[in-house]
Design a protein around this ligand. Structure first.
Ligand SMILES: [Zn+2]
Length: 342
């Protein structure tokens, strides 16, 4: 098959497009012909070596995949060749203490498609057959590929972890990102009001179109000051934080008492300081969150079919031009998801 892979760490120029061994499905696995694959910030960490692929190099990135069923292993039943599918991107062992408790996202052997195994920057990908969900005809392959990681993670963060309620206020960082564009919509769906940040003025209208009531260009204004103005000095109930560093540190000051700081990623840096006085004096909750369940992914898909949520696709690149797609994301030009299509 053809794939976009890398043999050494670095920038977009390390991505090669060429022949790569066909994946061979194991007994419990299915082979999927990729129709669309979304790019993610985690791809950039894998590429530049901040999160080196556990199985080593060469490696194929790509954790958000839609496609059609191409084949399956001996123990798999119930699939049809050509069936439209979306891949749930998390792997869990099913045997550890946390899996047995039903908390598969914190499995001791947890892994992601495209991180712990070769992913979807390719014509073919193999995944556990249990990770396949039917992609409804109402959802295009491109829109479907914008759902499994960003929308599911945002859903789990806001619905399960933050338990966001009608009338609450939510700060969502980086409206232009996959996480941001999903989190704004999901917070609105839950009846919350949203303030968000952007890095350039050309993303303001985009953020408002998703449902944000107030948009802050963080390069021109301090988001904590803007939150205080917007909430009459009260602060927000929930912050969706996926940047790390100073953004994480300052997010604590944007929260009201009993507020929840949901840590959902660390796309700039893995480190962030915490002013502990604010945590204990205001009874704050600092909560980590990782992906979501396959059932939650089905709920998100149902909401997309119903028109209540819209995957935001910015641009599609041919797989052969993956290098340009990666550079586009590294340059933060995207408003929503960037996709590769073989
Ligand atoms: Zn497990």
């Amino acid at each position: 098959m053809r794939a976009a892979f890398f043999k050494e760490h670095g920038g977009a120029d390390k991505i090669n497009y060429g022949d790569y061994p066909d994946p061979v499905p194991g007994a419990d696995e299915a082979l999927v012909r990729v129709r669309a694959c979304a790019l993610n910030q985690v791809d950039m960490l894998l590429l530049d070596g901040r999160f080196p692929p556990p199985e080593g190099l060469p490696h194929v990135n790509g954790c958000e995949v839609t496609g059609t069923v191409e084949g399956w292993g001996a123990s798999v039943s119930g699939l049809t060749k050509g069936q439209r599918v979306v891949v749930f991107p998390g792997f869990s062992c099913g045997r550890c203490e946390y899996c047995l408790r039903g908390e598969r996202t914190v499995c001791l052997r947890y892994g992601y498609l495209g991180a712990h195994k070769d992913g979807g920057y390719a014509e073919l990908v193999k995944v556990p057959a249990a990770n396949l969900l039917i992609l409804h005809d109402a959802i295009s392959f491109e829109a479907g590929a914008a759902i499994p990681l960003a929308m599911l993670t945002s859903w789990h963060a806001l619905v399960a972890q933050a338990d966001v309620r009608p009338g609450q206020t939510v700060l969502v960082h980086a409206a232009g990102s996959g996480i941001g564009s999903a989190a704004i919509q999901i917070a609105r769906l839950a009846g919350a009001r949203v303030i968000t940040t952007v890095g350039s003025d050309d993303k303001v209208e985009f953020a408002k179109s998703l449902g944000a009531e107030r948009v802050v260009n963080y390069r021109e204004a301090d988001f904590v000051d803007e939150v205080r103005k917007w909430t009459g000095k009260r602060g927000v109930d929930v912050v969706i934080e996926h940047i790390g560093g100073e953004t994480f540190e300052k997010s604590v000051y944007a929260l009201t008492r009993l507020g929840k700081l949901i840590s959902i990623g660390s796309h700039d840096t893995h480190w962030g300081r915490l002013d502990l006085r604010h945590v204990y004096q205001k009874d704050l909750h600092v909560i980590g969150t990782n992906l979501g369940s396959i059932l939650e992914l089905q709920q998100v898909l149902d909401h997309v079919v119903a028109g209540a949520l819209t995957p935001v696709v910015d641009r599609t690149f041919p797989l052969s031009n993956a290098r340009a797609a990666v550079q586009y994301v590294l340059d933060r030009k995207n408003k929503g998801k960037v996709l590769l299509v073989p």
